[in-house]
Ligand binder design. Structure first.
Ligand code: DGL
Length: 268
């Protein structure tokens, strides 16, 4: 048994949507969450910058004596996974792309899959490559939806602007006849109702939080030497590079309950 916490990080608050699903699945694990709110968003930044920030984020988590890392961010997973695996050998890393891709492959019937995400994620082609590696006969239609993140951060996910934006972004995917849509960004579960509202009801919308949580649970079960014991004491700590007040004010929307975070002291 390894009772050290699992380190989870994101460019900001979005990873909390993944974390909330992880906690539903494995409630007794200790967690350290790190959100780089001081430098978010990552989705519009260059690969070099994303890799540099990612290394700093992981080093911060490793200083908290964690047992493994969950990259709860699509932009980070798609732009820096290769570099992370090379730099942090020996640390188990869970990311969000592969579980999302696998789920899409399992769900699609007509073999037409849509993927939406930040520009950084979509430009990397990572989802398309991951899906095609699993099933070459699937056609992937990708669409960057850069306005969704600021809309969600503004709290504007249940109004006409959100609906209109979703309509505009998703029309080309709808026209391609997709039957499955991957939400390839941690912010998008908050805007899922608007996304579903502008799509035909038969299209399956994949929210990766649940799938990532399940794959993490499987991993812990298969390696039961690192699974925390049920009923043992567990801790949840939250760190942010922005002011903790800002993080705390917004976090409840993403996480579902109030959070008290600490300011992360780290070299940038
Ligand atoms: N967390 C990011 C993702 O899942 C979205 C926010 C950002 O652009 O940093 O892609």
């Amino acid at each position: 048994m390894d009772n050290r916490p699992i380190g989870v990080f994101d460019s900001g608050l979005g990873g909390l949507t993944v974390l909330s699903k992880i906690i539903e699945e494995i409630p007794t694990e200790s967690i350290v969450y790190f959100g780089d709110c001081g430098r978010t968003p990552y989705g519009v930044k260059s690969k070099e910058t994303i890799v540099k920030f990612t290394f700093q984020d992981i080093k911060f988590l490793l200083n908290q004596d964690i047992k493994m890392v969950v990259i709860a961010c699509n932009t980070v997973s798609s732009n820096s996974l290769h570099e992370v695996k090379k730099e942090f050998k020996g640390i188990h890393i869970v990311e969000v792309i592969e579980p999302g891709a696998l789920s899409a492959v399992n769900e699609t019937v007509n073999k037409k899959v849509g993927v939406i995400g930040t520009s950084g994620t979509i430009n990397s082609n990572v989802y398309e490559n991951a899906i095609k590696k699993l099933d070459d006969s699937i056609t992937v239609y990708s669409k960057a939806c850069p306005l969704f993140v600021p809309l969600v951060e503004e709290g504007w996910w249940d109004n006409d602007i959100a609906l209109r934006t979703a309509e505009e972004y998703l029309l080309p995917l709808k026209e391609k006849g997709i039957d499955t849509l991957v939400l390839g960004c941690t912010h998008y579960p908050l805007i899922i109702n608007e996304i579903k509202a502008v799509l035909p009801s038969h299209i399956k919308v994949i929210n990766q939080g649940t799938i990532v949580a399940e794959s993490l649970d499987n991993y812990l079960k298969r390696h039961n030497e690192i699974e925390n014991q049920l009923g043992k004491n567990y801790n949840r700590s939250f760190y942010t590079t922005d002011t903790s007040e800002m993080f705390n004010d917004m976090a409840e929307l993403f996480y579902g309950e109030s959070i008290f975070s600490e300011h992360a002291e780290m070299e940038m």
